[in-house]
Design a protein around this ligand. Structure first.
Ligand SMILES: NC(=O)C1=CN([C@@H]2O[C@H](COP(=O)(O)OP(=O)(O)OC[C@H]3O[C@@H](n4cnc5c(N)ncnc54)[C@H](OP(=O)(O)O)[C@@H]3O)[C@@H](O)[C@H]2O)C=CC1
Ligand SMILES: O=C([O-])CC(=O)C(=O)O
Length: 271
């Protein structure tokens, strides 16, 4: 942090989530200042920032950490390592939205441990992580999640092509996947990051199980989690209003904004 205790924040990926974060930081989050962004389409990013009146440099992914104390990753999972490694190598903090990518890069947790960096996974588009984290101090017997999305929230997932699943024109809900959270994120890398957040909060990606349904009857991205443990059982559902990106719930960016506030707040609520 700088001497006036302002955290310098970087945004990696100026898409649906990144733009929401940039606007929120521009409007003001205590002790946080947007310092730099990095994205693929540099010219359009500069144009968009100018229309918003946001004056920050657009830099290369591997240069973000030089400008920032905290980098928020909100880019495709495929470039997660390119974003995360420089930040964590410099012992800085990384807020991760593509949480599914963490499963392919356990070595980055070791890197953070070595350098004093930190990886923070906000609850994102899910709910209930606070209770599951608390329950995990004891014995958690089972964690399951059922996800229902409109067809357009699932199109493009590699699992569909690999299994020859056609969703256009369905009129009834179709269960398109059942398995572990690890298998789910491999097949749906842009659709079920929340399953990996859930698994990291609880009993891990191999014991956390899930179903994914393509449901023409829903307009919201809906996730129901069910937890059984020696301290509590719970079942909760969140019905997310999609953002401009139909795969991404509107609440996701707000979760990261809330985390930024919590990081500096004199009163922090929730586990
Ligand atoms: N944890 C959670 O609860 C949730 C996580 N997510 C995940 O968050 C991430 C961001 O989601 P969202 O904002 O909706 O995605 P978008 O597709 O809207 O935005 C992604 C951004 O990344 C940029 N990008 C793409 N390729 C590169 C590259 N090679 N180098 C630099 N930037 C690049 C894109 O640039 P350009 O504009 O030029 O294409 C775009 O600005 C995704 O991984 C998504 O799956 C989403 C919802 C919930
Ligand atoms: O927004 C949602 O419903 C969840 C999502 O896309 C994800 O976890 O990747």
């Amino acid at each position: 942090m700088t001497s006036d205790k302002q955290r310098r924040i970087g945004i990696a990926g100026l898409g649906t989530i990144g733009k929401s974060l940039a606007c929120a930081l521009h409007q003001g989050i205590p002790h946080s200042v947007l310092a730099a962004v990095s994205t693929r389409s540099v010219e359009s990013a500069r144009d968009w920032l100018a229309t918003q009146g946001i004056k920050v440099p657009v830099v290369a992914l591997d240069e973000l950490e030089k400008h920032c104390d905290v980098v928020i990753e909100c880019a495709p999972a495929a470039i997660f390592e390119d974003i995360a490694r420089p930040v964590l190598g410099a012992g800085k903090q990384l807020i991760v939205l593509s949480s599914g990518a963490l499963l392919d890069h356990p070595e980055l947790v070791d890197l953070a441990e070595h350098t004093g960096g930190r990886i923070l996974v906000p609850t994102g588009a899910l709910l209930g992580l606070d209770a599951l984290i608390a329950a995990s101090e004891g014995d958690v017997h089972s964690v399951t999640m059922v996800t229902r999305k409109p067809v357009k929230g699932l199109l493009g997932a590699p699992y569909l092509a690999e299994h020859g699943i056609e969703l256009e024109g369905i009129t009834q809900p179709v269960r398109i996947f059942a398995g572990s959270a690890r298998e789910a994120i491999a097949g749906f890398p842009a659709n079920v990051n929340v399953a990996v957040g859930l698994s990291l909060a609880g009993i891990g990606p191999d014991r956390t199980t899930m179903e994914i349904w393509a449901d023409p009857g829903v307009t919201r991205n809906t996730h129901t989690i069910t937890v059984d443990s020696d301290s509590a059982s719970l079942s909760m559902t969140i019905a997310n209003i999609p953002s401009e990106n139909p795969k991404t719930g509107r609440i996701t960016a707000r979760s990261a904004i809330a985390l930024l506030r919590k990081m500096s707040a004199p009163l922090a609520v929730g586990t």
